[in-house]
Design a protein around this ligand. Structure first.
Ligand code: AOF
Ligand code: ZN
Length: 371
């Protein structure tokens, strides 16, 4: 087989392993959602004999699952891994050793693991055992998908995804009105998939009061995939009668408030099951870097900021946005619109376009900032 033919096959299986692992994105924190495929040559071409994704909750690891499915067929096979196999004795034995013991002869990897217990050591164990190792195949795609884990490891905070729905004239809503429909149903369904792939949805109190949103995942096939809901609510104004508070026993609601917030409302919200974050403040505002650090310490890797304009601007101004996801609808809102803090033509420096799509009448584009 020529080298370029081999490269094409390797990219195809890494792409398949990334697609496979995506189904557990948002379900494995604090572990990354990794994918593994075990592929062997059947004589008439390569066949997949084992598939693994990091299990819900983070363990077992993807390699262990894939090796279990492959059994003896792993001997002499190639393992495609979206993240460098682990080298440490954690709650599970090292995956690098498991691959060696199973008789894998070639490993193709996408991302390297920044975890100091693993970084470089996983690949070294494999090479030390005589396994052929090829690294960094589809490294950009893997970095994109593993951005939550990478952010938490390197920046010590979750990946912050800023999601906005923009009208044709660059507005995100109409003054004095609650939720208005900017994008169609197909795009809205896509938002629910994005929510399901995160650990929390964050909004400002302005949005919570104006829209009374539920911020849950309501999509067939994605039941029980609602992440926590976080409200930036400096003065503890979230009503105990809001949809958020009323559903707090089913899906967690976390409020970031300042000490001067309303104590009686706080007590009422706590009775409804709402939890309060230990928030630091400066200039009377919730300190966002500290809030994010706290969320990372609670195990969160990906959060999605969904509104409104002031909240989006606060994260942007502090340089705390890692991914920008813009949905654009076909209709204009006009002069009573609320201007978006950002637009397709005003993406901050340092971000690069990773995805463009159409959802019904709407367009979608996504940019990420490299770590
Ligand atoms: C892998 N395969 O599927 C995942 C890996 O707490 P532990 O023992 O589960 O270890 C967590 C670390 O394992 C995590 O920081 C990352 O380095 C690695 N995750 N490794 O070989 C997997 N999810
Ligand atoms: Zn492992």
């Amino acid at each position: 087989m020529s080298a370029s033919e081999q490269d094409r096959i390797d990219q195809r299986y890494i792409a398949a392993a990334l697609r496979l692992s995506r189904k557990h994105l948002g379900l494995t924190s604090t572990n990354p959602a990794v994918g593994t495929l075990i592929v062997r040559d059947s004589g008439s071409g390569p066949v997949i004999v084992g598939r693994g994704v990091t299990a819900i909750g983070g363990r077992p690891h993807a390699e262990a699952e894939a090796l279990a499915e492959a059994g003896d067929l792993a001997r002499g096979a190639t393992a495609y891994v979206t993240l460098e196999p682990c080298a440490h004795h954690g709650r599970t034995p090292p995956c690098a050793n498991a691959l060696v013991n199973a008789g894998i002869t070639r490993v193709v990897g996408a991302a390297s693991d920044p975890d100091p217990r693993v970084s470089g050591k996983g690949y070294a164990i494999l090479r030390g055992a005589g396994i052929e190792v090829k690294e960094a195949v589809l490294a950009r795609e893997a970095a994109d998908q593993l951005a939550g884990y990478m952010n938490r490891s390197v920046r010590k905070r979750p990946e912050v995804i800023l999601k906005l729905a923009l009208s044709a004239d660059g507005m995100i809503g109409r003054r004095g009105q609650g939720q208005i429909e900017i994008t169609g149903q197909v795009a809205r369904r896509q938002v629910h998939v994005m929510r399901a792939e995160t650990d929390a949805i964050l909004v400002g109190i302005g949005t919570a009061l104006a829209d009374d949103p539920e911020l849950t995942v309501r999509l067939p096939g994605f039941r029980n995939r609602s992440p926590a809901r976080i409200v930036l609510d400096r003065l503890t104004r979230l009503p105990a009668t809001s949809k958020l508070a009323r559903s707090a026993h089913d899906v967690p609601v976390l409020v970031a408030a300042c000490p001067e917030g309303d104590p009686s409302n706080r007590a009422e919200l706590e009775r409804a099951g709402v939890k309060f974050l230990a928030t630091e403040t400066y200039d009377g505002r919730v300190a966002l870097p500290e809030l994010l650090e706290d969320l990372a310490n609670q195990g969160m890797s990906r959060i999605i900021v969904e509104g409104g304009a002031d909240t989006a601007r606060a994260f942007l101004d502090e340089g705390l946005v890692d991914r920008i996801a813009l949905f654009s609808g076909p209709e204009a809102i006009g002069p009573d619109g609320i201007a978006a803090p950002i637009g397709r033509d005003h993406i901050p420096a340092g971000f690069s376009l990773v995805r463009e799509a159409r959802f019904g009448e709407d367009t979608f584009a996504e940019w990420i900032r490299e770590i």
